[in-house]
Design a binder for this molecule. Structure first.
Ligand SMILES: [Fe+2]
Ligand SMILES: [Fe+2]
Length: 217
C-alpha cells in the first residue's frame, strides 16, 4: 500500500487489509529494525542454564510488551480524531518496531522463543487502544504517556535482574528505556492529559497479568 496516500482516500476494506497486515507483522512476524541493534559486538553468552532461562523469560516479557505497544498504537490510530494524531500513532508504532526486532533477535540468540500468547496480547491491546483513541486525543496521548512510563518501570526492574555477563541484553534494554522516556515526554508535550488514578491502576493490573504469563508462556 502506498504510505503517502492520505487516509481519507482509504475505503473500509483498505483499512481492514492494512490492519490485518500490521497485526500479522507485529504479533507473529519479525519486524525490520530501522536502527542498528544496540548490542552491537558486545558479549552476552550465558553459560549457566538457570541464568539463561531467566534472562530469556525477561526478554520474552519485554518482547510481549512491545507486541502490546504495537497493538495499542494501531488501535489508537484507528479511532484518533485528528489526522495528525493518527499519523503520530502510526509513526510511534513504526519506531517501536526497533524494540520489537531487537528483543526478538536477543530471544533467538538465547535459544528461546517469543510468547505463545502474543496474538492475544496484540488483539486485546488493539481493543484497549481503540477505546483510548475514541475517548479523545488528549486522553489518548495521556494513555500513551502512562503506557511509556509503566514500560520504563518494567525495564528498570529487568535491568536490575540482568546478570553482569549479559552486556547484550543490557545495551538493548537501556536503549529501549531511553526511547520510552522520550516517547512519554513527547506525548505529554503534544497535549496528553494525566489519566485518573483508577485507569492507571487498571493498566498496572493488566500489565501484571501479561508479564506473569509471558515470562512462562
Ligand atoms: Fe518500546
Ligand atoms: Fe515507546
Amino acid at each position: 500500500m502506498n504510505e503517502t496516500m492520505p487516509d481519507r482516500r482509504l475505503t473500509p476494506l483498505d483499512r481492514l487489509l492494512e490492519q490485518a497486515d500490521l497485526a500479522l507483522r507485529a504479533a507473529v512476524g519479525r519486524p525490520h529494525a530501522q536502527r542498528p541493534n544496540p548490542a552491537g559486538g558486545l558479549d552476552g553468552h550465558l553459560v549457566d542454564e538457570a541464568e539463561r532461562s531467566h534472562v530469556a523469560g525477561l526478554i520474552r516479557v519485554d518482547h510481549a510488551g512491545e507486541v502490546a505497544a504495537q497493538g495499542l498504537y494501531h488501535g489508537q490510530a484507528l479511532t484518533a480524531r485528528r489526522p495528525e494524531i493518527r499519523a503520530a500513532m502510526k509513526q510511534a508504532a513504526i519506531e517501536e518496531g526497533d524494540h520489537l526486532s531487537w528483543c526478538y533477535d536477543r530471544l533467538h540468540e538465547l535459544g528461546d522463543r517469543p510468547s505463545l500468547l502474543n496474538p492475544l496480547w496484540y488483539a486485546g491491546s488493539v481493543a484497549i487502544g481503540a477505546v483510548a483513541g475514541a475517548a479523545g486525543d488528549r486522553w489518548s496521548l495521556g494513555f500513551m504517556a502512562e503506557t511509556e512510563r509503566q514500560v520504563e518501570g518494567h525495564l528498570d526492574d529487568h535491568l536490575s535482574q540482568l546478570p553482569a555477563a549479559d552486556a547484550r541484553s543490557r545495551a538493548i534494554l537501556e536503549q529501549m528505556k531511553a526511547d520510552e522516556v522520550s516517547h512519554a515526554e513527547a506525548a505529554l508535550a503534544a497535549g496528553g492529559s494525566e489519566l485518573p488514578g483508577v485507569v492507571k491502576r487498571l493498566m498496572t493490573l493488566t500489565a501484571k497479568v501479561m508479564t506473569r504469563s509471558a515470562y512462562r508462556f
